[in-house]
Design a protein around this ligand. Sequence first.
Ligand SMILES: [Zn+2]
Length: 328
Amino acid sequence: MSHDLKVGELREAYITDEDIWRIFTIVLSSKSVKSSTYKYALIKSLIENLYQVNDEFELTYDQLAYSFTKIYWNLIVHHNLINQNRGKTARVVTIIKDEQKKHAIPSEMIFDKVPNPIQVGIVKKVKTTMKENVYGALYGDTRGSFYAFEHKTEILKLNPVVHSFMLNYQRLIVYLTNYHMAAMIEELNEVPSINYLLGKVESIAKRSSLRPFEKILLNHFEATCFYCNRPLSGKKRETHVDHFIPWSFVQADHLWNLVLSCNRCNSSKSDKLPEKYFLESLIDRNEELHERKESADINNLMMNYREKKIIMLYDYSIKNGYDRIWCP
Ligand SMILES: [Zn+2]
């Protein structure tokens, strides 16, 4: 069995888009053996971190475990969907339920609101279980062609061809993964309908609040709207943190894709892409942020940021159908 492998090398470095589609379809659909929802959660975690890879296309187990834990916390605790496995309870469910009980965390609490030291502890435990049950399994299903991994260094290295495939077809892959994950959860839990679940699965990785980012941005920049330059008052609901490239496409909250905006711009922009000249200002803004090396939180959040990444994200979102351009 491949799930208990400790290391997996990339077997086929070059595969065509057609090959990748075929493997993806098999992995997602009922054609491959799935005893749990783990594979979907790992694919969702990879998507959330697509723009967080370093120059070697590597991701750390910590990065992936954070996304993976967040997904399950929100499913299990927040939505009470505790059956994530055929047969016995999935290990990740036991870990999360135990930790919730131990720290007496109410079910309404979404993962990003859980106090940081507790988050770190849970992620660490989930990371261990991912080593035992997750990386090897998806590696086996994709015949070693999607990524290499090594438990000792705790690094997953994406096949560059697969990385670029995922960027190209990100929106479709997100839809497909959410749909199949929801279908499996529906089968395992008593829920009203698949539509009910699809909504939950779609928003599972979303944060409840971008306040921490607002604080960071306000610490380093003037309180003005990124788009219309209007001063932002200190009043609640007047200052917004906006995903420059819409969240529905990125499916992640990268500091380098977040800007301060006024209420008016935020609601009129909605799910649209800003006019290209704003991209230039964002690149300049990020350059400034990148230079604030003295601040540890920024250093961490801007790790692996490259100018080319935000440009790629902009271009790929157009390719993926985000063709409604907005300006204030
Ligand atoms: Zn504005």
